[in-house]
Design a protein around this ligand. Structure first.
Ligand SMILES: Cc1ncc(COP(=O)(O)O)c(C=O)c1O
Length: 474
């Protein structure tokens, strides 16, 4: 008897064949990309892309053909000339672990809908808390992205430090946060979602290295009080997005202690430096933070979205979405750590612990600093190369793997330089041999690379500079 559509769609043998062929294709893709073959991306504008996919089912039907087109129409993060946004080329094993999670589809909202990932999540976040030096009361969880984790941390800060009972009575207050001017826009967005408005986001100026100027904190804090605001938290970047600069966490912690402010560290990009012997110093003082975000999908080689949100005093994370501290089971007085939805914004959530745990259990935790150290070292080397070439300017000596630089031909003024650098970036995007981005710093247009790929070498970077010069001189 012929199988029904649903029987065919769920057929284990068909799945086996499709899966084998997909992994085979991806392995070939990985090999080609890693060896620098082909373009990093074949850029088309959005209207063309939409038209392509609109007509696609008429031309092809097989899953293999569909996969091939997806590969052709996406950005190859595994390519060593990928140096654009801050997403890691995921360790292939971690991608397989993610596939496992997507297949099992355990939603994790309650413990029995994800026993293994819940236990793994506890182990992974305990380990990260331990490395951060948070002490025995710490707890964390995994959530969907740095943006959501930062919002969740600030909601916890409000519950812990705010005067008002916003959870029950709604927001009518004048709360504010202090944050460096160079922080990621999601901090500003979080504060506004929380009802603080523009006035509630107090921007602390940055120094020439784009690090928060802690000498401005007292003045801004006192001004906020004079304006009738109620500062609840200070947010540091570890590092900032545009230039990859680390705020001086120890100094931030001193200030927070003196004013009883919540200290939140947005380490979405480079919080994992605390796992590195070589670069741990960038995170000095982090053990005094109240909360810390680390994205696995940035400097830990994991797939999207694998974010850890860690709390020095774990009990506060149980009050973020509830009036009472519901961290004990009523009958046994044991901590209810395994019902994660009590603490996370999400109800159903990704089993991203699989990615963390699979990598740690197969390769050991040293794979993380091995990756971070290599990329941070390479950025320093790249900065040295830029310094040595005429007509190039660095925005700042890199502290992480992010390098901002611009082509400054002799005699060219600000507007001309901006136009040339924007043109260089545009031509590079069209050409597709490299993928880099651009950023504005103090009104100047800089080219920006995040050196995410562990197979990017000095030779690729030489070639990048030569390509930029070619377009700059054109
Ligand atoms: C410093 C910083 N914080 C937060 C984010 C947002 O994280 P996500 O993209 O995981 O939401 C980013 C993203 O680049 C970032 O660089």
């Amino acid at each position: 008897m012929a199988k029904s559509l649903l029987e065919r769609a769920y057929d284990p043998e068909a799945f086996r064949e499709l899966g084998k062929s997909l992994v085979d294709t991806l392995a070939g893709h990985l090999h080609a990309a890693q060896n620098g073959r082909g373009k990093v991306l074949d850029y088309r504008d959005a209207a063309d892309e939409l038209a392509f996919w609109k007509s696609f089912p008429e031309k092809n039907s097989s899953f293999a053909a569909w996969t091939e087109e997806v590969l052709r129409h996406t950005t190859q993060v595994h390519h060593p000339r990928y140096m654009g946004h801050q997403v890691a080329p995921p360790l292939p094993l971690a991608s397989l672990a993610a596939l496992l999670g997507e297949f099992l589809n355990n939603g994790m909202a309650v413990y029995e809908m994800g026993m293994a990932p819940t236990a793994m999540e506890r182990l992974v976040t305990d380990w990260l808390c331990d490395r951060a030096g948070f002490g025995p009361d710490a707890r964390g969880f995994l959530t969907s992205g740095g943006t959501l984790a930062n919002l969740t941390a600030l909601l916890a800060a409000r519950r812990a430090r705010g005067r008002d009972d916003v959870w029950n009575r709604g927001y009518s207050g004048r709360q504010a946060i202090l944050v460096g001017e160079a922080a990621h826009y999601c901090i500003d967005r979080a504060a506004r979602i929380m009802g603080m408005g523009r006035q509630g986001v107090i921007r602390v100026p940055v120094d020439a290295g784009y690090r928060m100027r802690t000498d401005e904190l007292h003045r801004l804090y006192n001004q906020a009080l004079a304006d009738g605001l109620e500062p609840i938290a200070l947010v540091g970047s570890a590092p900032s997005t545009a230039t990859g600069s680390y705020d001086p966490i120890e100094e931030l912690a001193d200030f927070c202690t003196s004013r009883d402010l919540w200290l939140h560290i947005d380490g979405a990009h480079g919080g994992s430096a605390l796992l590195s012997e070589k670069y741990r110093g960038l995170m000095r003082g982090v053990h005094r933070a109240d909360s810390l975000v680390i994205d696995g999908h940035k400097m830990l080689g994991l797939p999207v979205l694998t974010t850890a949100l860690l709390f020095r005093k774990g009990s506060v994370s149980y009050t973020t979405f509830s009036q009472e501290a519901e961290y004990l089971l009523t009958e046994t007085q044991e901590e209810d750590w395994y019902n994660l939805a009590k603490r996370t914004f999400e109800c159903t959530k990704l089993t991203s612990a699989f990615c963390w745990h699979a990598v740690i259990s197969q390769y050991g935790e040293s794979v993380f600093p091995a990756y971070l150290d290599r990329q941070y070292d390479l950025a320093r080397e790249f900065a040295g190369m830029i310094r040595q070439r005429p007509n190039w300017e660095l925005a700042v000596s890199p502290q992480s793997n992010i390098v901002c630089f611009r082509w400054v031909p002799p005699g060219a003024g600000k507007e001309v330089c901006n136009e040339i650098n924007a043109r260089i970036r545009g031509e590079i995007l069209k050409e597709g041999r490299f993928y880099i981005v651009q950023t504005q710093l103090n009104g100047l247009t800089f080219l920006r690379t995040s050196l995410m790929n562990p197979f990017t070498t000095r030779e690729h970077l030489e070639e990048l500079l030569e390509t930029c010069e070619k377009y700059g001189e054109a």
